[in-house]
Design a binder for this molecule. Structure first.
Ligand SMILES: [Mg+2]
Length: 268
């Protein structure tokens, strides 16, 4: 942690930080608004691939009551699409995922295929799909066995919903790993290094970034691997977490501001 606690960019998780169960978390939202006013660059980083970045920009702008641009959002669908675009170029993709994933694939120049066209797939990209059918799984299974690249948007086994959890993208990846006997060729999500690289690029390659999140196993683990300072807010999944090497724990982001643990600093 820099001695004067000043950061020129914050990489901020969304679920459990900006909102929880669809409701904005007031203290965190107020703190984000203050930081934006003070000139901090904020990039939102989420493993959720079901919504497009465009939709995230709209929802975040509403929740925070500030203008949040599409360029300041990185989700795991965008991350997977960007990885394919940069390493392979335009690709024929069989997606397991919702509209948000398909939007990001198209936006990056790829061609999404229907289950029927699985023999044409050069890659299978697996995200959370709450309309999943056996037919779609079978198509993905066959495409992977035929040699298509196997790309995970993320490997979260479960994600929080009101009253508990539901199976996440990682559980669908595990199903296809079991059926095909193949591990994913690439994981585009947190806590991996690739998605953080995209977020840091979106933040303008900051000199003093801070990663803010509610989960030790994704947000803080990603910070640890990259050697970037982390701030765990106790507003989401890990509410009983204590501090550890490389990261600080606070009840919420507003407390961090008021205690002088985090402030915005200019570049240069
Ligand atoms: Mg979270």
């Amino acid at each position: 942690v820099p001695e004067d606690n000043c950061y020129d960019a914050l990489i901020v998780d969304v679920d459990g930080v900006v909102w929880r169960d669809g409701e904005p978390i007031p203290e965190n939202v107020e703190a984000l608004r203050r930081l934006i006013r003070e000139g901090a660059r904020i990039v939102f980083l989420t493993n959720n691939s079901t919504k497009s970045r465009r939709l995230y920009a709209e929802k975040l702008s509403q929740a925070i009551n500030a203008r949040i641009s599409v360029d300041s959002i990185v989700n795991s669908g965008y991350s997977a699409a960007a990885w394919l675009a940069r390493t392979r170029g335009p690709t024929r993709v069989l997606p397991i995922g919702e509209e948000g994933l398909i939007d990001e694939l198209v936006g990056a120049g790829h061609t999404p295929l229907t289950s029927h066209d699985w023999p044409l797939a050069e890659a299978v990209v697996v995200g959370l799909d709450r309309n999943l059918s056996y037919r779609k799984l079978a198509a993905a299974h066959k495409a992977i066995l035929r040699g298509a690249l196997f790309v995970a948007t993320n490997q979260d086994n479960a994600y929080p919903v009101p009253g508990g959890t539901e199976p996440g993208a990682g559980s669908l990846v595990a199903l296809l790993s079991t059926s095909t006997g193949r591990r994913p060729d690439f994981d585009a999500g947190k806590p991996g290094e690739w998605i953080l690289r995209l977020a840091l690029e979106a933040a303008g390659s900051p000199r003093r970034p801070l990663i803010v999140g509610d989960r030790l196993d994704t947000d803080i683990e990603m910070a640890r691997r990259a050697g970037v300072p982390g701030l765990l807010v106790r507003t989401g999944v890990h509410r009983d977490a204590g501090p550890g090497p490389g990261y600080t724990v606070v009840d919420n982001l507003l407390v961090a501001l008021e205690e002088g643990l985090v402030r915005a600093c200019g570049r240069g």
